[in-house]
Each structure stands twice: as C-alpha cells, then as structure tokens.
Design a protein around this ligand. Sequence first.
Ligand SMILES: Cc1cn([C@H]2C[C@H](O)[C@@H](COP(=O)(O)OP(=O)(O)OP(=O)(O)O)O2)c(=O)[nH]c1=O
Length: 184
Amino acid sequence: MTVILASSSPRRKELLQKSVTDFLIKPADIDETVAPHESPLDYVERMAKEKAAPIVSEHPDDIVIGCDTTVVLGDLIMGKPKTDDDARSMLAQLSGTIHHVLTSVYIYTKEKVYQKTETVEVDFYELTSTDIENYLSTGEHRDKAGSYGIQGQGALFVKETRGDYYSIVGFPIGYVHQVLKEIL
Ligand SMILES: Cc1cn([C@H]2C[C@H](O)[C@@H](COP(=O)(O)OP(=O)(O)OP(=O)(O)O)O2)c(=O)[nH]c1=O
C-alpha cells in the first residue's frame, strides 16, 4: 500500500516525512468557496474530503490523506488571502483577538476512513499598522489561512495557543502517525 498525500502544502510534506519515508504527493485542485450558511466545521471537513476524493477514485487500494486548515474569527471563515489587501484586512481583524484554527484530516484506506478535526485557540497581541506592513513585506502571508504563519515571522503576533501546535501549521502529525502505525 502506498501513502498518498493529496496536498501541495510544503508544511504537510515536511511533517509527513517525520512519520513515513516513502510517499507520493498528488494535490487535487478544488473549488474552496464556502457554501451558503455553511459552518466553519462543516466547511473545513468538506474541504479535506474533497481534496482526497479524486485521488481516492484513482487509487482505491492505497492510503490517501486529505487535509484542510481554516482560521475562524467568530463566524467568519478566513482562507488564504487572494491579494495583499485581503491579507492586510484579515490581519487587522485578527489583531488583539482570540480566534480559532481548525484543521481537518481524512485518511482513506480500502477498509476504513479515519478522521479527526482539531480546533486550536490562538490569542493575538494587538498589531499596529507597522507590524502588519512589515509582515506583508516578508510575503509569508500569501499561502496561509488567516494570512499568517505561526512557524515563521507570524510567531511574533502570538500571545498564547491552546491545542495542537502542528494543527495550526496545517497537519496534525501526531494523530496521522498513530493511524499510519495501525494500518501500515
Ligand atoms: C494559520 C496557519 C496556516 N498555515 C497554512 C497551512 C496550510 O498550508 C494553509 C491553509 O491552506 P489549505 O487550503 O489548508 O492548504 P494548502 O492550500 O496550503 O494546500 P492543499 O490545499 O494543497 O492541501 O495555511 C500555516 O502554515 N501556518 C499557520 O500558522
């Protein structure tokens, strides 16, 4: 059985390498639009499933991992920013807040589907417009939900976190490793 990571995220690849030496990467390109009245939990789980689905159809006998990460402020779902202005607005909204990072992972095998969705609470310091402009100049925000990366310069914004750090980075590697130990 081959392990296939249905993701283009370099962080997910790097974290999975801690658990498995050989795996394939087959990202699925899906529409990430939020459906009307969809809750953050329903959204993040649907995205993780939809990323895995086409790969599962092509490789029904293998192990396929789909994953999605979303930042949630109140009812507002924050995906990856489309523009720098988008990122500026997300960071201004996250300034001084307690928000949540939701990461959902689906692991498909021929016999069974393993699934977990982690919710991590993140407290941000108040950000000045200089903090935000300095951060945007790094370019780090571009491919990150909520427009920040806690593993990089985004760490400077974080007062406290409650929950699995690796789920903020986008991949709950501890959980994935437990499942892979069971099935490989
Ligand atoms: C909040 C936060 C998010 N992120 C990243 C994790 C995810 O890669 C990204 C959210 O986008 P996703 O749509 O979950 O993933 P992706 O587009 O990078 O990859 P794919 O869809 O192919 O699997 O944000 C960080 O790296 N650090 C952080 O602190």
